[in-house]
Design a protein around this ligand. Sequence first.
Ligand code: ANZ
Ligand code: ZN
Length: 840
Amino acid sequence: MTDRFDPAVADRRWQQRWADAKTFEADSSSPKPKSYVLEMFPYPSGRIHMGHVRNYTMGDVLARYRRMQGFEVLHPMGWDAFGMPAENAAMEQKVHPGSWTRDNIATMRQQLKRIGFALDWSRELATCEPDYYGQEQALFLDLMEAGLVYRKESEVNWDPVDMTVLANEQVIDGKGWRSGATVERKKLSQWFLKITDFAEELLDGLGTLDQWPDKVRLMQENWIGKSRGMQFCFRLADTPPGGGACDIEVFTTRPDTIFGASFVAISPGHPIAEALAAERPEVADFIAKARAGGTSAAEIETAEKLGFDTGLEVVHPFDPDWRLPVWIANFVLMDYGTGALYGVPAHDVRDFEFATKYGLPIRRVVAANPSGESDPVVEAETDYGVAVNSQFLDGMTSEAAKAEVINRAETAGWGQGKTQYRLRDWGVSRQRYWGTPIPVIHCEGCGPVGVPKDQLPVVLPDDVSFDIPGNPLDRHPTWGKVDCPTCGRPARRETDTLDTFVDSSWYFIRFASQPDDRPFDRAEAESWLPVGQYIGGVEHAILHLLYARFWTRALERIGKISLKEPFKGLFTQGMVTHETYKSADGRWLNPVELDVREGGVLVEMATGAEVSRGRVEKMSKSKKNTVDPEPILDRYGADAVRWFMLSDSPPERDLEWSEGGIEGASRFVQRVWRLAMAPAGNGGDDLVLRKKVHRTVAAVGEAIEGLQFNKSVAALYELTSAIEKAPASADRDEAIRTLLLLVAPGAPHLAEEAWQSRGEGGMIADAAWPAHDPALLVDDEVTIAVQVNGKLRDTLTAPRGAAKDVIEAQAIALPKVQTYLNGPPRKVIVVPDRLVNIVA
Ligand code: ANZ
Ligand code: ZN
């Protein structure tokens, strides 16, 4: 019998046994109840980092726990394997994106296996393989056939160095996230998915997701951005009444502010702006200037406001003599509302900034109360209130005034109430090589034609070069040349590939069911879905989750699956952080480059120079404060690493990596081992310990169910100490056995090794989660508060359910209570098991 647990031997042994026994392979035809636990699949960037370890450990504990509870568990793993970094590597290191990606996958798979995750590796998938993306192409064609895919010219963020379209999130301060080049706007024909058709459903559906964090639902709600307002027409002043009834159509969410309008602004992309530009060079110049910079709402919001007075005027809808100037303004988006608005400087932040800059009138039409109407407006007042300076609206609440204006506009026929969403259709075209080819052929005669399904997958060609920027598919000599599937004449393949968010919008369905000849088997997929618990980073709270929700609903709408929401429970975990270190000359240093001198002084090993400690921040390559899991695994073994990931912080918060933390986890592993190796006790009964065990079983189960892993760890520390202190007995042996079952999800190698050493049959991974006896959870003694005249003076302990008069006598007899009494109490109130109040 060894007195130390040796992870170097045990980890590999049990990983091999689990693999040989196919312990974690999920059986779709199992009669057991099913449970689907999923962590967001990783991008194969090179190596596993601590953030992955934390994320997957949480999922693993839940998956193992559910298995022990008797569920058939699906806990799969795969690779989100398409994307830019592989192409960057190809350009920088002259390797093929495919081999770079597949090498990384091989490395990371081995790393994950070393941590002993209970994964069903038989279902492993990589989105960059044709057996995955070919099925994605089939789904794309289904959506196309159903009219949920279309092509449209649209303005995109163009990175002139990487020669690619950038997503809004890839534009940082007006520059390309990778190249740093100033982003331009450019018009291109792009493929779009009609996510806006689902805006209302996606919003409503949030209401059913009661196992999602509120903050994520709120972020999705804001992203969808539903607003109720009015759309109406302005007439140009110089067109005769009757003609030109709708010259400039605007959308507003604040019809109640209509009497505060001081200008009308149109987007630089508005047809009127374009028409003026064709005639007047100064307009064209202005438009060019206004278009520099990214297209995202955030970019436009923060850019300096620029305007151009066109000289045109429109008539106020409620007053034929009131004219408003028409400006072209850079903050008006072309693809929101109607691409035009009326500005109310007193009540809108952007309009205020604009009017201040260009000297336009600022007039309050909403006030907190009717008498506040004449104070000067010093900043935009965006709150609701009551209408002032607004003719027939005066005195109405903002809500009532809105309704009144919409009502009058609808009656008179110049406008109507309208619901607007901020959500845009999803542009999925990427001008890159390393992505799923969009399965379309362009024919001069027939237009864009879907590739017939029997010709799928459209496979990426391997012979491509990355020595010049741009999309290698565009310059491939033969790949793009095909015949039109409809008319047979020479045609060309679409060379755009799909946004990688498409790949991650359905991988959880493919995990559940992966036939060779279609994307998934409906019955099998439905038997697992929705994912019971999805775990990942909050950085995916908006786009990934929204796209996956949309894709699922789109499949449901076209009758491919009956499932509305793919993820029943969602958990977003905190990050792993570490102190940062900087040399005197400003270089970030990794912890392994440092040495500690006397008095805790940190020095750089290479130079001996002193190093300053910086803030604790998310582990990142740029700050060099990462800790590579691999050497830690070598030194401490998988269970200590896993245990530390669960221990110190609530899982939704950040976890600071520390040497002390991993040491502590490692010591715990050895403590459990020593207990497990203790000789069996004989006879003797230890009710106190038995109760502790049952309470811990209940507490650990509850904590894991609630994903409060740090609480389960704390409960197990307590139990371990209690066992260590308890004298040998049969109850103590049973306690140790239960302790092993309880630590098994978190420290599975230790648990298996100890389980086997103690001669228990089978693997602990297959053992049942211990039951607890509710009777043993009840405390027999209660602590009762004793008050005198309503103030707490002392407490007493009594058997649970003790009679009132017994407790009353005990309370009055307390020496502390006696000091407050002069003679017999006037009255005594007893709340059984809780409280005694003595009125002196
Ligand atoms: C008048 C007004 C008065 C407005 C006021 C706001 C406050 P949300 O709520 O985000 O949907 N708007 C309309 N079309 C626009 C476009 N294409 N680009 C930029 N802004 C646009 O925003 C709706 C409000 O944004 C609209 O209501 C309009 O300004 C502006 F005190 O109209 B509002
Ligand atoms: Zn054709």
